[in-house]
Write a protein that binds this ligand. Sequence first.
Ligand SMILES: [Zn+2]
Length: 356
Amino acid sequence: MTVPRIDTDTIRRLPKAVLHDHLDGGLRPATLVELAETVGHTLPTTDPQALADWYYEAANSGDLVRYIATFEHTLAVMQNREGLLRTAEEYVLDLAEDGVVYGEVRYAPELMLKGGLTLPEVVETVQEGLAAGMAKAAAAGTPVRVGTLLCGMRMFDRSREIADLAVAFRDAGVVGFDIAGAEDGFPPADHLAAFEYLRRESVPFTIHAGEAHGLPSIHQALQVCGAQRIGHGVRITEDIVDGKLGRLAGWVRDRRVALEMCPTSNLQTGAASSIAEHPITALKDLGFRITLNTDNRLVSGTTMTREMSLLVEEAGWSVEDLRTVTVNAVKSAFIPFDERVALIRDVILPGYETAL
Ligand SMILES: [Zn+2]
């Protein structure tokens, strides 16, 4: 019996959840062009389509450091109130358009201070923009809930301050914390003070690990820092030989640690060689708590619909697989348990029933 392929329009209508998506990696090209003009920032091109293509090309270098360097342009327009408000509002609307019903957006407030805003002002402004987006999306009949993760930058030393900020805004839309930036050479334990403080304050956090750097980075993130989820984590496969799990891989699977996997982004940074061979499929089949994510929609030229379509077309995923990673994401979301259960029961599962 052949299983019918799911077409892209059906996939777009499926309810989705995304846990790993950077605000400064997901601007609309046209918005970037307009905002750059208002702040006098020079872009590689001012044609929105050519700019989208430029991003995709530049990000395809196979090198995480170069990939990260493309953020200079998006960050340039996110230094003032106007840029942050618009970016945040459109972020939510774009998620709604993509069929996302729950999203966690992340960004590093410390990279948005060049226009004179303070750290709390940056967070307040982004929350205001997200709230405006959520109100519009709900009014349009495509409600989406977005929680915020604040990122400390792993190569700088402000993570403890950003952890303070996450605690201060925990009742105002911030649901957790992360450290981002170039992984190689900047181990998560450098930021132990931030993680210990967050644990004391019972604020959950995820850590980018196991992307550019291998098992020691994942081990440190989980067992030294105490992360509840892992950003990427693709290199956990190095602890699996012929389907047999080592101690760390066993911990990740058995403790149900969510892996925030981002296939297209991994192809671009060289962490994986093709969608068909991306470890996400093998890890899913081994029972890991896999979640599917976009990472950076502009920089990687992707959406959740596209990531799902690629896995269906190139890695043989079924609609049940798409539902599994969606339910996994909501199960591991940093919002209260009862709200997660309600989202799965009232939105995700019925949405899959209706769409199929
Ligand atoms: Zn990321």
